[in-house]
Each structure stands twice: as C-alpha cells, then as structure tokens.
Design a binder for this molecule. Structure first.
Ligand code: GDP
Ligand code: MG
Length: 164
C-alpha cells in the first residue's frame, strides 16, 4: 500500500484548498471507501515518481460551538490512526490559535511525523509574524505556502516525499 499523508487542521485554514491544489491536475481517484470514511476524501497522487495517498481529514467540520473541540478531536484522532505523515495546517493570516495549540498537543503525543504548514502566505517577500510564532508549537520551522495561488507547494511536496 502507498503511504498515507493526512491534511489536518482546524476549520477554515485551507485544508481542502491545499488538497485540491495538490491533487487537481494529475491525480486519479483511489476509492470512496463508502460507509467507513464518508467524511474523508482520499486521492492517490505522486510527486517526483513517489506515490502516496493524500487524505483531506476535514470533511466533517463542526457546525456548532459546543461540538467544536470534540469534533476536531475526533477528526485528528481518526487521521492519526490511518496516516503515516501529518500535514498540520495553520492559518498564517490569523496566526496560532488556542485550537491550533490543542491540535499540536494531540499530534505531539502521537509521535507521528508532522510537517507544520503555514498557509495563506500569499506573498513570500516578507514572512508574517505567525511564521516565527508558530515555531512554539514544537514542530520546527513551518513550511510557508499559499494553497490558493500555489506558492511553496513544490517545496512542501519535496518535504512530503522525504518523510514518507
Ligand atoms: P478548510 O476548512 O481547512 O478545508 O479550508 P478551505 O480550504 O475551505 O478554505 C477556507 C477559506 O480560506 C476559503 O475561503 C479559501 O478560499 C481560503 N484560503 C485557502 N487557502 C488560502 C490561501 O492560500 N490564501 C488565502 N488568502 N486564502 C486561502
Ligand atoms: Mg475543508
């Protein structure tokens, strides 16, 4: 089986945008996995001849305030069970939020390999404060990207294939 790479993060950080950007042109649908994982989307893709399955774990976003943490927790736990590498996406415009810190704690405890991805860095001339602030999450330097305009995606994928 190909390695599984899961995109994890709180709602609205750009997980699905990143998923679509990576899988967009040159992918094939693997399987829908009906029933078991309706809430997740799997695509088989490749970079530099290395194949992997990319998973958007954010299908089941919380829709009310009181289920917010439990839903996110469930999603992260489900992702941790299936994937080999985590892309932990945070929002470079909004910066590190308390929910990001909660997710970071869960990920750190899991001892899975994690790449910290700072999305919404729409130009690379100057890194936002969040770039430096995010290092306190404990996953080293973030990989800055703009999922919407494609900046940094190649570097991110280079890191992905080095870690699977
Ligand atoms: P998800 O909930 O984590 O799956 O996030 P989405 O992919 O649905 O994106 C949430 C919002 O952020 C949408 O309005 C996107 O257009 C926007 N967004 C995603 N990536 C970027 C980016 O790189 N730059 C900017 N400026 N907006 C982005
Ligand atoms: Mg989404």
């Amino acid at each position: 089986a190909y390695p599984m790479v899961g995109i994890v993060g709180r709602p609205n950080v750009g997980k699905s945008t990143l998923f679509n950007k990576i899988t967009g042109q040159r992918i094939s649908i693997v399987e829908d996995q009906p029933g078991v994982t309706r809430d997740r989307i799997y695509y088989e893709t490749e970079w530099m001849d290395k194949r992997f399955i990319l998973v958007d774990t954010g299908g089941l976003e919380p829709d009310s305030e009181d289920e917010f943490f439990s839903k996110i927790k469930m999603q992260v736990e489900a992702a941790l069970k299936t994937v080999d590498l985590i892309l932990f996406v945070i929002d470079g415009k909004e910066g590190v939020s308390p929910v990001d810190e909660d997710i970071a704690n869960m990920l750190r405890k899991s001892r899975k390999k994690v790449l910290l991805v700072l999305n919404k860095v729409d130009n690379f001339k100057e890194m936002p404060i969040s770039y430096y602030d995010s290092m306190r999450l404990g996953f080293g330097e973030p990989i800055a990207i703009s999922a919407s305009n494609g900046l940094g995606i190649g570097d991110l994928l280079d890191e992905v294939i080095e870690n699977i």
